[in-house]
Design a protein around this ligand. Sequence first.
Ligand code: ZN
Length: 183
Amino acid sequence: MSLEDAILHAKECGLDGICITDHHSMAGMEKVKEGPQSNGVCVIFGMEYSTTQGDFLIFGPYQHLPKGLDALDLLAYIRATGGVAIGAHPFRRGRSIREDLFRTRFVKVAEGMNGRNNSDENQVALTRLPRYGTALVGGSDAHNIKELGRVKTELPIKVLSRRDFIEAIRYLEDTNFPVKIYS
Ligand SMILES: [Zn+2]
């Protein structure tokens, strides 16, 4: 879907904002200014970073991050550079995140609900991750307009920039705040 369509449709879905997380790319930033758009929808750029131990939605100054990092190196780098990493679609068959990364608290926040996981996979995430103290968010993982807004997260903090978003996610990590996730 085009970014323009996503922003228009987000407004129709009643979303206050969307995160754009293309695979290993933040190139969308060249097309759309980050932050609130003319229709009020706030656009935040991150990316989905794949490792052999799972996929992560990362937010920070990562336009030039090379591919191929191992999950532990990636997470250490994100921490050192003031960003955040959200475990993407944990427990998805064939593309799950190694569970010990939650147990050891290397990953402190993850998608409890992902719009492209099946309900069994989401149920495993929703029941197992709280035991490790992992904070949960929801994400649509939308690859087209129809999928946009299928899963929504109500953040406890107003977000108008990537910095605000990172702070909101950090707050969830630190407090394990129970966000509302809608689907
Ligand atoms: Zn993925």
